[in-house]
Design a protein around this ligand. Structure first.
Ligand code: FAD
Ligand code: SF4
Ligand code: SF4
Length: 480
């Protein structure tokens, strides 16, 4: 083992410099600056090079973390990049937005007592350096294959699959109903977590690698699913989940109450330079408003922090469980609190009040009762505990369900689970239709970018097996 490593006792954990909350409240730039080269090496050298690295076990991509940390500590960044990019199509994106506290870093053995190695920040540093130095190059497959694959959805699952398939020489066409590439990376996740140029340079790389994009093209509307199946040797469905869950409470239809993703998409579009009518008119703009966000996941965290940056008068996050039981990342909650967001834990909306538009949310206090079948404590309302909270803009961030794909694709034989996600055989990643595969949120339900990348990579491998097996069978038939 290199003598450089194992420095966690003498060297304290240091994240890249975080901009002060007072400054970052006023802009949409990322909140962490980059590591300087010697700082990245110093932090990577804290790793104790575990024989059984739990960080790697708990990374959905099983990234070879100890080895790229060692290479970074030794200043061998080109090799660190080779290794890191061998298992992850978007290391600089995952390094920025994975909830590391629940994945790699949360399972780092030195976490107990010494604070984990800053794995995500080093991963981001390695690949940002590779981009700066021109090491990230378009794909030039060793040989071109004639078969084409149609991918529905240009989010992380579709893009990761496209890159892997293109490496093998397949002709890849991606169809997306949005006008830009990236799925939730471009229109969901705000700039202060993931700057859009990071996504756009990936798009350019894929275009330079001869992946074709058909944007503003909704499958089931602009082109039929059946036609796609005719056009391509295999189809990958990576459409994500977009049906926003709603609240059944009096007054929910009042103007001033909006779904979270509409709000975030509008803000991201404005940041990208589009003229957005709902922002111009103030409908989806938090400026000078009392904002209440309902929910406790990543989407809710992104809404509260966007509202702060838009110049809201006050921002409250209403969540029916407590801090320890919220699904969002604890790091995000900390950032939000620093930026002035108030969390109203153990509180649920009962009604939305107002005449021609919402003016207050009537809330009720919650007590967490006995655990249910899933092991989570059941929220119970406390009688006579109502509080009215002032609100000019209410954002509903209660999660997402899949759209009815068999209906919108006019493919009733496309099998779905009880949750509406696409049913696949996990060994082949094929759906109930021959040659139709699926990956990402549409299979898992709302999940994480790193899982979408993992699924996209796995699906590409299975599609390759499917097409090569089919070609071999056709060749042997012809030979008979
Ligand atoms: P998506 O990214 O949703 O992409 C699906 C694509 O399919 C879209 O571009 C859509 O336009 C397209 N599409 C859908 N239907 C059709 C059709 N019929 N025809 C053509 N195109 C179609 N994860 C993290 O790891 N970290 C985070 O910090 C994080 N923050 C998040 C914040 C928000 C606000 C949200 C909503 C999610 C967040 N996530 C985060 C989750 C993460 O973004 C998703 O798990 C991931 O993007 C799923 O990837 P995907 O490729 O399956 O789907
Ligand atoms: Fe950690 Fe995510 Fe990187 Fe894996 S991909 S090492 S979980 S930051
Ligand atoms: Fe290094 Fe922590 Fe991974 Fe061990 S668990 S190899 S110390 S990063």
């Amino acid at each position: 083992m290199a003598e450089k490593m194992l420095k966690f006792v003498g060297t304290p954990q240091a994240m890249p410099v975080k901009r002060p909350a007072a400054e970052r409240r006023h802009d949409f730039q990322e909140i962490y600056s980059a590591y300087a080269r010697d700082k990245a090496a110093e932090q990577a050298a804290r790793c104790s090079q575990c024989g059984v690295p739990f960080c790697q076990v708990h990374c959905p991509l099983h990234n070879n973390i100890p080895d790229w940390l060692k290479l970074t500590a030794e200043g061998r960044l080109d090799e660190a990049y080779e290794l890191s990019s061998a298992t992850n199509n978007f290391p600089e994106i995952c390094g920025r937005i994975c909830p590391q506290d629940r994945l790699c870093e949360g399972n780092c053995v030195i976490e107990k007592g010494f604070e984990s190695v800053t794995i995500g920040s080093v991963e981001k540093f390695i690949t940002d350096t590779a981009w700066e130095r021109g090491w990230v190059k378009p794909i030039q497959p060793r040989r071109e294959r004639p078969e084409s694959i149609g991918i529905v959805g240009a989010g992380p699952a579709g893009l990761a699959a496209a890159e892997q398939l293109r490496r093998k020489g397949y002709q890849v066409a991606i169809y997306d109903r949005y006008d830009r590439v990236g799925g939730l990376l471009i229109y969901g996740i705000p700039n202060f977590k993931l700057e859009k140029e990071i996504v756009q340079r990936r798009e350019k790389l894929l275009r330079d690698s001869k992946v074709t994009f058909h944007l503003n093209c909704e499958v089931g509307r602009d082109v039929s699913f059946e036609e796609l199946r005719q056009r391509h040797g295999a189809v990958l469905v990576a459409t994500g989940v977009y049906k926003a869950r709603d609240i059944a409470a009096p007054g929910i239809g009042l103007p001033g109450i909006a779904p979270a993703l509409d709000y975030l998409t509008a803000s991201n579009r404005a940041g990208l330079g589009d003229t957005v009518a709902d922002i111009e008119s103030g409908v989806l703009d938090a400026r000078d408003k009392h904002v209440v966000v309902i929910g406790g996941g990543d989407t809710a965290m992104d809404c509260v922090r966007t509202a702060v940056r838009q110049g809201a008068k006050s921002v409250k996050c209403l969540y029916r469980r407590d801090r320890a039981n919220m699904p969002g990342s604890q790091r995000e909650v900390k950032h939000a609190e620093e930026e002035g967001v108030e969390f109203v834990w153990l509180s649920a909306p009962q009604a939305f009040l107002g005449n021609d538009r919402v003016s207050h949310v009537r809330t009720v206090r919650i007590h967490l009762g006995m655990p249910d079948a899933s092991g989570r404590q059941t929220p119970q309302e406390i009688a006579n505990s109502h509080v009215n909270i002032e609100a000019d803009l209410v954002l509903k961030a209660l999660g997402f369900d899949p759209e009815d794909l068999p209906l919108s694709f006019a493919a009733p034989e496309l099998g779905v689970t009880g949750w509406g996600t696409l049913k696949i055989d996990w060994r082949s990643m094929m759906s109930s239709l021959d040659g139709v595969f699926a990956a990402g949120d549409i299979v898992r339900g709302a999940s994480l970018v790193v899982w979408a990348v993992r699924d996209g990579r796995d699906a590409a491998e299975r599609i390759h097996t499917y097409l090569t097996t089919k070609a071999a069978a056709a060749a042997s038939m012809a030979a008979e």
